[in-house]
Design a protein around this ligand. Structure first.
Ligand code: ATR
Length: 278
């Protein structure tokens, strides 16, 4: 009987319990996945008491992905490189931290659009927060030759490129520069919360200069089809949704905890129906 859960704040609307219950059914695993909301002011004391609860593993979301690190006994290389953890597993050597966000993103993208992972492909990330860092690390490690980052505050984009070293070419841009040079990218990824419900009429940049066939991805999954993705489609793009990444990062976390081989694709339709409220 696995005892699993999610820590974060606020997490009342999280889809993670639903996803992990589906994965337990798929893999014939017994267990429970609970929402363990922690107020940021009480983080240190609540984490100490979490150690007593005998959890086998848990996910970590905003705002604790960095704050959890001093409480761990070990951390895998990629999470260490990023300075952010979204999955913790209890082992006989204590709590081990991982990060499945970036690998979940890349895997879900590769499933649908393998053609963009070719030499010479160019990607553009919009944003420079925690999500952008994970995706940048995974994309630059996945064979993309060039991954540029545009951000409202260009200095933060420069910091991400400096801190997460890679063999890919990378340039920091302003959002206005990104709009101008949009036509030269094979992949554009929106990594900020801009466009998230209830602010679903916002888009971070205009997409009228897109080249047809470019893959445009938005990590926001409420609404499922953001205004950004609608505009991308109008401009001839192929779109990749935030819930595809969400599902795949959960699958990787489940695999770490249970040593099973869970699959995301058989759950995708059902997850879409759930998000649409059908
Ligand atoms: P997280 O770690 O959850 O990704 P974050 O560190 O607060 O969150 O980063 C949020 C990202 O969204 C940043 O890239 C931020 O741009 P700045 O670095 O300039 O703050 C971006 N962002 C948030 N609101 C935005 C807006 N209205 N327009 C453009 N970018 C925005």
């Amino acid at each position: 009987m696995y005892k699993l859960g999610l820590i974060g704040y606020p997490i009342g609307h999280s889809s993670s319990p639903w996803i992990h219950e589906q994965l337990m059914k798929q893999q014939g695993v017994q267990g429970k996945y609970d929402l363990l909301e922690i107020h940021p002011d009480k983080f240190d004391e609540e984490i100490s008491s979490l150690k007593e609860k005998g959890l086998d593993g848990f996910n970590v979301t905003v705002p604790f992905k960095e704050k959890i690190i001093p409480h761990l006994d070990a951390i895998d290389e990629s999470a260490l490189h990023l300075g952010a953890v979204n999955t913790v597993k209890r082992t006989e050597n204590g709590w081990i931290g991982y990060n499945t966000d970036g690998s979940g993103f890349v895997h879900s993208l590769k499933n649908r659009f393998p053609d963009i992972f070719q030499s010479g492909s160019k990607a553009l990330l919009l944003g420079s927060g925690g999500a952008a860092r994970g995706i940048y690390e995974a994309l630059t490690g996945s064979g993309m030759d060039s991954v540029d980052i545009a951000n409202r505050t260009i200095g933060r984009a420069e910091e991400v490129i400096e801190q997460i070293s890679s063999r890919a070419q990378a340039e920091a841009l302003t959002l206005a520069e990104a709009e101008e040079s949009l036509g030269s990218y094979d992949l554009v990824v929106q990594t900020t919360t801009v466009g998230m419900s209830p602010n679903d009429q916002q888009t971070i940049i205009r997409l009228n200069r897109l080249t047809k066939g470019t893959v445009v991805s938005d990590i926001v999954y409420r609404p499922m089809k953001t205004k950004f993705l609608k505009e991308a489609e109008i401009n001839g793009a192929r779109v990749h949704y935030g819930h595809e990444m969400l599902l795949q990062q959960a699958v990787y976390a489940f695999k770490i905890w249970t040593d099973t081989e869970p699959e995301a694709l058989p759950l995708l339709d059902k997850f879409e129906q759930k998000l649409k409220g059908v």
